[in-house]
Design a protein around this ligand. Structure first.
Ligand code: ADP
Ligand code: MG
Length: 244
């Protein structure tokens, strides 16, 4: 089996009195594609945000290559370059073209030269099929194109894992497919991914593992064949019924 990149141990997150994540345990191994499914409000985004320290867990631990990311001596800035994130709303820099969106983090955070950063950005823009649009600013691009630039930007930081939080939920239906296809190609190339999604066909066909969350708990986890086709738990069954 491949090496463990992330290990989540007894993770808990509270907002005030509201316990949003309860005793979450799982590992992410190199090359895995994990899909997280579940109803709105079940804690999926909060879990992803804890994984890259956009939220601080209130209990439990997260180990990155055996080091606790919650230790005082751990550098969140450096860590976040290892754990990339793609958001529902793309979050591109609006005043920068596609190329600049993909180079600025490399130059500012990874200290790469402009030339090196552009070379890497172009490789990644090509991977997602956006190299014809390197000069375009976000408002000249469709949602699907913007999301592909956001993916190229995340890839340009050479992350160990890429987290996706409902990457197609804000898209017009006609551009959903191009983003899912891009993600499928990245998965085939061996990128380690954790994807929160409502796209059940994608989850079934591309994931190595699916986790179903409900009310802050991982109710059921396993290969797609098991979780989608033979769910054990009533809550999983009734959730999936809405998508069949
Ligand atoms: P999902 O992504 O599955 O829809 P979220 O992780 O966004 O779920 O939210 C889980 C719960 O945590 C919800 O009840 C939500 O209201 C609550 N929550 C999320 N973020 C915050 C926050 N910053 N402050 C207070 N409550 C929050
Ligand atoms: Mg969410």
């Amino acid at each position: 089996m491949n090496e463990v990149i992330l290990e989540v141990q007894h993770l808990e997150k509270k907002f005030g009195e509201n316990i949003v994540l309860k005793d979450i345990n799982f590992q992410v191994r190199a090359g895995e594609v994990i899909s997280i499914i579940g109803s709105s409000g079940s804690g999926k985004s909060t879990l992803l945000r804890c994984l890259n320290l956009l939220e601080e867990p209130t209990n439990g631990n997260i180990l990155y290559r055996d080091h606790s990311i919650l230790d005082g001596d751990f550098s969140p800035t450096e860590y976040r370059t290892k754990i990339g994130m793609v958001f529902q709303q793309f979050n591109l820099f609006k005043n920068m073209n596609a190329l600049k969106n993909c180079t600025i983090g490399q130059v500012k955070i990874l200290d790469r030269s402009k030339g090196e950063a552009e070379k890497i950005a172009l490789e990644n823009l090509e991977k997602v099929g956006m190299e014809p649009y390197i000069d375009a600013r976000p408002h000249h691009l469709s949602g699907g194109q913007q999301q592909r630039v956001a993916i190229a930007r995340a890839l340009s930081m050479n992350p160990d894992i890429l987290l996706f939080d409902e990457p197609t939920s804000a898209l017009d239906p006609e551009t959903v497919g191009e983003v899912l296809e891009t993600m499928r190609l990245l998965a085939e190339k061996g990128l380690t991914m954790v994807v929160v999604t409502h796209e059940m066909a994608f989850a079934r066909d591309v994931s190595s593992r699916i986790m179903f969350m409900d009310e802050g708990v991982i109710v059921e986890s396993g290969p797609p064949e098991q979780v989608i086709n033979h769910p054990e738990h009533e809550r999983t069954k009734s959730f999936l019924k809405r998508y069949l």
